[in-house]
Design a protein around this ligand. Structure first.
Ligand code: GDP
Length: 529
């Protein structure tokens, strides 16, 4: 197979949703179609119950040993499909944001009864900003839910999308009869009372055909005709180019649990979803068809097995062919590195691979040289744009609880921050360290991991910080900036990249500071123009 064919056959995507909408169930059904797994229940739900640290640890341990769950790959109709795992739990949203830098498209799962939920909104917003092509799957049609048109309205309004239904439900909940597939002009009807058996889809080019009344009954047929008429009238026709540009989002209806509408989704997905896309680096745009290798680290996974202390860095291949035992440039530290056992991922397994292509994810064993965002090339000094750090929501001082293990503690903290578990700030005045996180859960995770992986102990101490603001002075030498630094000395810290950060204790303080020092700009993310 030629290099170009390898690229064209790849589809790398993520499934995003609010917890419980059905992401795990859908993933599993997709893998079943790909023949990648044989039975339901094989895909672990990595859901974290509220506050259940032990759950998290157990999950992390399982994943540390079987990290393949981070990438699930399978072949379907000659296409190589890579699903990148995205945690739905809000405490791990940053992890998901970073993973979204490595996908070429996403599927958004929405619960028909709950509609658009907060986590869906946040994740879709990131996708929209990055112009990632999205397909929407409205799930759980076997249950009573919102009216299909109302739901489409909600998706448009709350998520700021422009939708076009590719299928339409016939009834819902108790009366759910099946789905009309607009994309393929096919009728898919449940058979049997238990709504678990599906008859093969029947071609149905013209819904005005009276046979429809025989199949689904006259009232349902009439309703469907009227609804479809409205669909054709109100919604734009599907347009491949608009979808790939992120300007139009096709919508499917179905029930992941009953495997209804999933095959239609997958069949359409492999037709329309983009293959590996060009990617913006700070220096230039890199096209996937370029022959020289480029790739970037979007995730680092610690191995929780104490006997194997190394970590796995997940690299998305952007262009060229990644080859085993071949030296590549680690752009940030300027060193050549090569890998004797790069991992590729298949369903729930990982194995050593000789070659990988654009769109693929390789897992590289790492002893601490990589951090998120690092770029690999054949020599060119390129830096792929990652996502900036956002201001954390929680802040605590971290103290060393075992004076004999200071070195271990700092090494552990350093490596955990490289993995993107949390953000570390060092106070300008006294060098004390502050950990900032998105969710409170991370503090327990960090404590646990420091102890189990690095043999270090830490304790936390509360600190009153509302937001971290990255400081951008108009002129480093002007008096205003000097005064700002003098007056706010007690609240200034450096982030891990050495950028100056103002740890503001309230929204009011931020407002006051901005009006008092108008030439000193405060930003809630680490990247600004
Ligand atoms: P995730 O948190 O998004 O990964 O959601 P899960 O896939 O774990 O699903 C959450 C719950 O919804 C589970 O109990 C599923 O069995 C259930 N579920 C998923 N899909 C459907 C569906 O199509 N219909 C119904 N009735 N339940 C579903």
């Amino acid at each position: 197979m030629s290099f170009l064919e390898e690229i064209q056959k790849r589809r790398t995507f993520g499934i995003i949703s609010h917890p419980d909408a059905g992401k795990t169930t859908l993933t599993e059904k997709l893998l079943l179609f790909g023949g990648a797994i044989q039975e339901a229940g094989a895909v672990k739900n990595n859901k974290i119950k509220k506050g259940a640290t032990s759950d998290f640890m157990e999950i992390e341990r399982q994943r540390g040993i079987s990290v393949a769950t981070s990438v699930l790959a399978f072949i379907y109709k000659d296409k190589k499909i890579n699903i990148l795992d995205t945690p739905g739990h809000k405490d791990f949203a940053e992890d998901t944001f970073r993973t979204l830098t490595a996908v070429d498209s996403v599927i958004v799962v929405i619960d028909v009864a709950k509609g658009v939920e907060p986590q869906t909104e946040k994740l879709v917003e990131v996708c929209r900003m990055r112009k990632i092509p999205m397909i929407v799957f409205i799930n759980k049609l076997d249950r009573e839910g919102k009216d299909a048109f109302d739901l489409l309205d909600e998706v448009e309004q709350k998520l700021g999308l422009r939708v076009t239904p590719m299928s339409f439900p016939i009834g819902m909940g108790y009366d759910f009869k099946g789905i009309y597939n607009i994309w393929e002009k096919k009728l898919n009807i449940f058979s049997g009372d238990n709504k678990t058996t599906i008859s093969e889809g029947v071609e149905f080019n013209d819904v005005n055909n009276p046979e429809l009344d025989t199949i689904i009954g006259e009232p349902a047929a009439e309703t469907l005709r009227e609804e479809l008429e409205l669909v054709y009238e109100v919604y734009p026709e599907f347009d491949q180019e608009e979808y790939v540009k992120g300007d139009l989002q096709p919508v499917f209806f179905g029930s992941a649990l009953n495997n209804f509408g999933v095959k239609e989704l997958l069949d359409c997905f492999i037709d329309i979803a983009p293959n590996p896309q060009p990617k913006q680096a700070e220096e230039r745009v890199v096209d996937s068809k370029e022959e020289k290798l480029t790739g970037f680290v979007f995730k680092i996974h610690a191995n929780m097995d104490p006997k194997h202390r190394d970590r796995l860095a997940f690299v998305k291949i952007v262009s060229g062919t990644f080859k085993r035992n071949t030296p590549y440039l680690h752009v940030r530290n300027g060193k050549k590195v090569k890998f004797s056992s790069p991992n590729a991922f298949f369903a729930e397994k990982k194995e050593i691979v000789e070659e990988s292509f654009p769109g693929d994810i390789v897992g590289l064993h790492d002893t601490g040289n990589f951090k998120i965002g690092d770029t690999l090339t054949e020599g060119e000094k390129l830096n792929f744009k990652g996502i900036p750090s956002f201001s954390p929501e929680h802040f605590r001082y971290v103290n060393n609880a075992d004076p004999m293990k200071a070195k271990q503690l700092y090494k552990g903290l350093d490596q955990l921050m490289d993995e993107g578990v949390a953000q570390l700030f060092t106070m300008e005045m006294n060098g004390r360290r502050i950990i900032g996180t998105v969710g409170a859960l991370q503090y327990e995770v960090i404590q646990y991991r420091l102890e189990h992986e690095y043999g270090a102990k830490c304790s936390y101490e509360n600190i009153n910080v509302h937001k971290a603001c990255w400081v951008q002075p108009e002129d480093e030498k002007n008096e205003e900036f000097k005064e700002f630094k003098r007056v706010k000395q007690r609240y200034l810290a450096k982030d891990k990249e050495g950028q100056l950060v103002f740890l503001a204790d309230s929204a009011f303080t931020i407002q006051m500071t901005q009006s008092k020092y108008p030439t000193v700009k405060l930003h809630f993310t680490s990247e600004f123009e």
